[in-house]
Design a protein around this ligand. Structure first.
Ligand SMILES: [Zn+2]
Length: 327
């Protein structure tokens, strides 16, 4: 069993504290660096960073201009990953077990849309098969029963019924199930897929490009600073929330009962981190991420609006108290 060693030297990069973290794996065969983020980001990061100014009030205009709603939201049973808290919130302590979520949304006229796809199909029942040493560093609980195709079948659907997939960002714990949906239309933040294939040293281990190979062949890029109303009726709006990665996206959903839910993807990892303005080690730009945090807090302040931080186990328990069917 490998041990995770976290060494921080924030003094070296005071202007980019979130980039100064070193993770090493100590196992039976010596040790090696999994992530060496003590190297400042190079041109690979900066070349993709968004330059557009975000307008936190824009979402409200969508709500006022249209009246569509979704029919159902399911938060499928999720594989779980155990990590040291500092891996998802700088300077936090202790271990935490977090869900690796997939959401399925049913629109009354346009059918099914998935938001994120969780862990790799070939990790089900045997995480080491897909992730190797990563599965030692981050213990994974992924029984076969949590495969996306099986859960969709239990709901009376096939994977082919999912016509659209919105990918919050390109990290491995979100791209794993893309190969279930080769014929779906994909939506991704502009620059994200380019960065996945040409990452900087500091976060290269967070990407698994093979997940993308079998996934959607058509991708729509959503520019930073732009939101995209997927069905043109305000029911499902892709939100630009960059900073964690170059093209991080969230998803805003309007329910038939008048409530609005905002799924954060990894624009925030924990409600506590969002409240404290705390970053995480692999944020590509902490300054831009804080702008996205600001936007999420503004959205949460709107009437009848809930911001669901997708990796937060407390949010998961709160919003899934009746099981997968949220509404
Ligand atoms: Zn994640």
């Amino acid at each position: 069993m490998a041990n995770l060693v976290i060494a921080s030297d924030y003094s070296r990069f005071p202007q980019r504290p979130s980039a100064a973290l070193l993770l090493e794996v100590h196992g039976n065969r010596g040790h090696k660096s999994l992530f060496d983020s003590t190297t400042p980001p190079g041109p690979a990061v900066d070349a993709f960073l968004p330059t557009a100014q975000l307008d936190p009030t824009r979402t409200k205009e969508f709500l006022m201009a249209s009246t569509g709603t979704i029919r159902h939201l399911w938060a499928l049973e999720a594989p779980a990953i155990t990590v040291h808290r500092s891996v998802i919130q700088l300077l936090a302590d202790g271990d935490i077990t977090i869900p690796s979520a997939t959401f399925v949304i049913e629109h009354p006229r346009h059918g099914l849309l998935a938001f994120d796809t969780g862990l790799a199909i070939d990790a089900a029942g045997d995480p080491h098969h897909a992730y190797g040493q990563m599965a030692d560093v981050f213990p994974i609980d992924f029984p076969e029963s949590r495969r996306l195709d099986r859960q969709l079948a239990d709901l009376g659907f096939t994977t082919g019924d999912v016509k659209r997939v919105v990918l919050s960002h390109g990290h491995w714990d979100h791209t794993g199930g893309l190969a279930h949906f080769p014929d779906a239309e994909g939506f991704v933040g502009a620059g994200e897929l380019d960065y996945v294939h040409r990452p900087g040293r500091q976060d290269a281990a967070m990407f698994r490009t093979s997940d993308l190979d079998g996934g959607p062949q058509t991708w729509h890029a959503v520019p930073a600073g732009v939101d995209h109303d997927v069905f043109g009726d305000g029911s499902v709006v892709v939100l630009s929330l960059p900073g964690h990665t170059v093209g991080t996206l969230g998803l805003q959903l309007r329910f038939p009962d008048g409530r609005t839910f905002v799924l954060t993807g990894d624009a925030a990892h924990l409600q506590e981190a969002l409240a404290l303005d705390a970053g995480m080690p692999f944020d590509v730009d902490p300054r831009i991420k804080r702008t996205s945090y600001q936007r999420l807090r503004l959205l949460a302040s709107q009437p009848d609006t809930t911001v669901w931080v997708n990796h937060d186990p407390r949010d998961w328990a709160t919003h899934r108290e009746n099981g997968a069917l949220v509404i």
